[in-house]
Design a protein around this ligand. Structure first.
Ligand code: URP
Ligand code: ZN
Ligand code: ZN
Length: 486
């Protein structure tokens, strides 16, 4: 590792700061023993041995000093499936922080017949004064307005000026969020001009809706059929189609929640041919499966109803390999929590009415560390790349977040690789009455979490508690950089 990469200085005028001593700094491009000085909200210095002067000392012996996690796919306080996701911006961001995540990107959803500006304002009302860590928004486009869509395309420019440099397009959920190929293509052409990134929910919603209706007509109403109604091929087809359209439009795309090997094959096919296509997978697709969680035996399986659904277990290893070889760039959560008792129950008689989504923002780093790093699938540096650095780079915030580097925000995670932790709904901060990983024992957990220099979580002395003030989180304006692929 070239020493200059982590040993650097940033002049903040010599103010007294907080000095993290004796830790191992872990960046995506290298690691080494080094001290880290935080002054105000920034990382002031990273070096071999920094003079303690009058600084407050934090002992990081036996800990890894990492950038705070960045989760680029969450749905907080979102109206969906006849209800509203259970975590608001307070509980959701606190849960994230307790798990070591210091920044998330949520979605503002434009309603058909309404403007993007309205969606932006609505989501800022939900988030401002409530968010406890920094956050940003993707804009989900569902309508470009009348005629040739000039009004909506102009709004895209305004959104980019507001710091929203990624647009979400849904190819699923007909009648609610799904758009047709024409609208998708127009947005992609405009995004190409703006250097913005198009994020795609890739499932063929029209075909899936027909299968759903047929299954229900046959009396197949249990949660298990939700998974069977959404074929991996419906995801693969939409993955290929969206990347091909983006390629035609000259746009960069980012496929969200890629869940299976067929979709992965299509991604790789287009990447090999030069398409500017990136993708994430989510924690759940790497460790949960149709066989283990949704065998078709009980209503309890509604806890795992999300889209794309859980896949057969054999899909997991190709996803891990793709994270390793770079065809997948990020692990996010698609955190979209609904309580089992009174929200999932809306679909007791009909799987299509189960609000789809699962809780996970608190557990991403624990699970990916345990099943990725401890299991020998990922190096610690790759873990940082997938969970912190690539999310910052791809979504236009690398000058502010995603690395332990002088001049960046002091969003710092002290990670204890030896901490034993048992995941349970009884101790989580997320607002659901269940955990998708109930009783799982993992090794590796957040020890202390700093958000812009402030200690907001100390799991060593006050486990599972958020220590900062509500509303301290700030909206982060992101650069339009075409996913860092430009
Ligand atoms: O089931 C899911 N994933 N719910 C959240 C909305 C989405 O499609 O990402
Ligand atoms: Zn989605
Ligand atoms: Zn989602």
């Amino acid at each position: 590792m070239p020493a200059t990469r982590i040993f650097s200085e940033y002049d903040v005028g010599g103010a007294m700061g907080t000095l993290i001593k004796n830790g191992t700094v872990m960046n995506s491009d290298g690691s080494g023993k080094a001290d880290v000085l935080m002054e105000g909200e920034k990382i002031a210095q990273v070096g071999g041995s920094i003079d303690p002067k009058n600084h407050t000392i934090v002992d990081a012996s036996n800990l890894l000093v990492m950038p705070g996690g960045i989760d680029v796919h969450t749905h907080l306080d979102m109206p969906f499936g006849g209800t509203v996701s259970a975590d608001d911006y307070t509980s959701g961001t606190q849960a994230a922080a307790i798990g070591g995540t210091t920044m998330l990107i949520d979605f503002a959803l434009q309603s058909q017949g309404h403007t993007m500006r309205e969606a932006f304002d609505t989501w800022r009302k939900k988030s401002d004064n409530k968010a406890c860590i920094d956050f940003s928004l993707h804009m989900a486009v569902t309508d470009l307005g009348p005629g040739d869509g000039a009004q909506g395309l102009r709004e895209m420019e305004e959104m980019v000026a507001e710091g929203i440099s990624s647009f979400k397009l849904f190819m699923a959920y007909p009648g609610v969020l799904m758009i047709d190929d024409g609208l998708m293509f127009r947005v992609m052409q405009k995004a190409a001009k703006l250097n913005a990134l198009c994020c795609i929910h890739a499932e063929n919603g029209s075909a899936i809706d027909i299968v759903v209706a047929q299954m229900l007509a046959e009396g197949k109403t249990a949660p298990h059929y939700h998974a069977l109604s959404r074929s991996p091929k419906a995801e693969a087809e939409a993955t290929h189609r969206s990347i091909a359209l983006a390629d035609m439009a000259g746009a960069a795309v980012y496929i969200v929640h890629l869940s299976n090997a067929y979709a992965l094959d299509n991604l790789k096919f287009m990447q090999k041919r030069g398409a500017r296509a990136l993708a994430e997978t989510c924690t759940q697709y790497l460790v949960l499966s149709l066989e283990d969680q949704m065998p078709g035996k009980s209503w309890d399986e509604a806890k795992f109803v999300f889209t794309p659904p859980l896949r057969e277990k054999w899909n997991q290893e190709p996803l891990w390999n793709a994270l390793k070889d770079g065809s997948l760039s990020v692990v996010s959560t698609d955190h979209c929590p609904f309580r089992f008792a009174d929200q999932k129950s809306l679909g007791r008689e009909n799987f299509a009415r189960i609000p789809n989504g699962g809780p996970g923002v608190e557990n991403r780093l624990q699970i990916i560390w345990h099943y990725g790093v401890n299991a020998g699938r990922l190096t610690p540096e790759k873990f940082v790349e997938l969970c912190c650095t690539a999310p910052a780079r791809i979504f236009g915030m690398e000058k502010q977040k995603g690395s332990i580097k002088a001049g960046l925000d002091a969003d710092i995670l002290l990670w204890d690789p030896n901490a034993d932790y048992t995941i349970s709904a009884a101790t989580q901060r997320m607002a659901t009455d269940y955990s998708m990983f109930e009783g799982w024992k993992v090794k590796g957990n957040a020890a202390k979490v700093f958000s812009r220099g402030e200690l907001v979580v100390d799991n060593m002395s006050q486990p599972g508690k958020f220590l900062g003030t509500t509303g301290r989180g700030r909206f982060v304006k992101r650069e339009a950089n075409a996913g860092g692929l430009a």
